[in-house]
Design a protein around this ligand. Structure first.
Ligand code: ASP
Ligand code: MG
Length: 246
């Protein structure tokens, strides 16, 4: 089996999501664990929600969150037809979870709220992508990775409980792979034994992909990137970098 990871830029727009579908079609008969990040700059946008909430600017927090909601709903609407309503329902359940929290007064520390709010980015993106793959005939199982990756409660920098997580990989992921070939989950997030959400550190999705590759003894991990081709240097740093011919 293989592990694929699609980062924020690779799922940042309708066009990118269609492209992801295109890629996945090539591996229709293989067992693949797909890990996705939050769409585009969603994590940064969610950080602004947290900031407003913990500084008692509830209205501002709700307003920021509304923008995130709309952006995800409109992306879902673009890529889905028959699966739209079911997807919308799932997205709305996640929205409600965050909004409930935003209606409370902050009584715990920043890092705790950070993880409860920011984790939704990956949950939303993976929900849309799973529905889209099903829509185009790529059957897959969406799993909430918080049921699998168990961590301590060091919020924003949580450490994985390896034994517990490994058991969940055996009892949940392996049977799911046998049933459907493709299992789709979120990078970057986990949960404590009290079901509080945790995050593994910014840009943690690559780490999640590596953890599953290790536990499932994968042949390889592919980190899909949103670039035209392999180049001879980083084009962001060297304006004269060129593509290397295949
Ligand atoms: N969405 C998270 C971040 O932006 C995790 C990741 O992309 O790897 O940091
Ligand atoms: Mg990223």
């Amino acid at each position: 089996m293989k592990v694929f990871k699609f980062g924020g830029a690779s799922v940042s727009s309708v066009e990118r999501i269609l492209n992801l579908g295109h890629i996945m079609k090539h591996w229709d008969n293989e067992e693949i664990v797909v890990i996705v990040s939050a769409m585009g700059k969603t994590t940064n946008a969610l950080e602004k929600v947290v900031e407003a909430f913990v500084t008692n600017k509830k209205e501002e927090a709700l307003q920021f969150f509304t923008q995130i909601k709309q952006q995800h709903l409109s992306t879902a609407k673009y890529v889905l037809v028959t699966h739209y309503l079911a997807c919308e329902k799932q997205l709305k359940d996640f929205f409600t979870e965050v909004e409930w929290l935003l209606h409370d007064k902050p009584v715990r520390d920043y890092d705790y709220y950070y993880d409860q709010i920011v984790c939704v980015g990956e949950l939303l993106s993976s929900t849309i992508i799973s529905a889209y793959l099903n829509e185009i005939g790529i059957k897959n199982t969406w799993l909430d990775v918080r049921d699998i990756i168990r961590t301590d409660d060091d919020f924003r920098d949580a450490d994985i409980d390896w034994d517990f997580t490994k058991q969940r990989v055996e009892s949940i992921i392996k049977p799911a792979l046998e049933e459907n070939n493709i299992v789709l989950m979120q990078g970057f997030i986990g949960a404590t034994d009290e079901n509080e959400s945790t995050t593994l550190g910014r840009e943690g999705s690559d780490y999640t992909a590596a953890v599953f590759a290790n536990m499932l003894d994968a042949e390889n991990v592919t980190i899909w990137k949103d670039v035209e081709s392999v180049m001879n240097a980083d084009p962001k740093q060297f304006t004269d970098s060129i593509s290397i011919a295949n």
